[in-house]
Every structure is written in structure tokens, then in C-alpha cells.
Design a protein around this ligand. Structure first.
Ligand SMILES: [Zn+2]
Length: 87
């Protein structure tokens, strides 16, 4: 889980946080990494979805606090998936 969380923080910082993202809406693959899947499930896949679902303004950088909250949300979702799989 620690590794996944580190990846989540990386993805959020590099793919979601910048003020302008040329390929916004396409920067998160549909599969390949648990964090990608979680991003789609939680509407944290692109700035368009963050704006639509969480009213995060488009066109400005995400704050450290926002990035942390997104990572926490993604990790909570992944943890829930893992407990569901174990049942
Ligand atoms: Zn999206």
C-alpha cells in the first residue's frame, strides 16, 4: 500500500496538479495501475472531472492540500476494493 500511495502522489502531482494540462481528459489510462482505476472511480481522472464533481477550478495549480486530499480519497477507495476482494 505504501508503494501505491507513493505512485498516487506522483500521478496526482505530475498529471493533475499543473495549471495547464495539454491532454486533459486523456492523461489517465483506463487500466494498468490500481491508482488509474481509482482515479476514474472517484472522478479524479482529469481536471474536467475534478471541476465537475468537486468544483475545483480549472486553469490553476492544485494546492498541496488538494493533492493530499485526492491521494487520501484514492487510497481509501483502493483499500475498500482490497477488502472486498478478500471476502
Ligand atoms: Zn476525467
Amino acid at each position: 500500500m505504501e508503494t501505491i500511495q507513493r505512485h498516487a502522489a506522483d500521478f496526482v502531482r505530475t498529471r493533475l496538479a499543473p495549471a495547464s494540462i495539454p491532454n486533459d481528459g486523456k492523461q489517465t489510462p483506463m487500466r494498468g495501475h490500481p491508482v488509474f482505476i481509482a482515479q476514474h472511480a472517484c472522478a479524479c481522472c482529469c481536471r474536467g472531472c475534478l471541476h465537475k464533481w468537486y468544483h475545483v477550478p480549472v486553469g490553476r495549480e492544485l494546492t498541496e492540500n488538494e493533492q493530499e486530499r485526492i491521494v487520501k480519497l484514492l487510497m481509501a477507495w483502493i483499500a475498500r476494493q482490497l477488502t472486498m476482494d478478500a471476502k
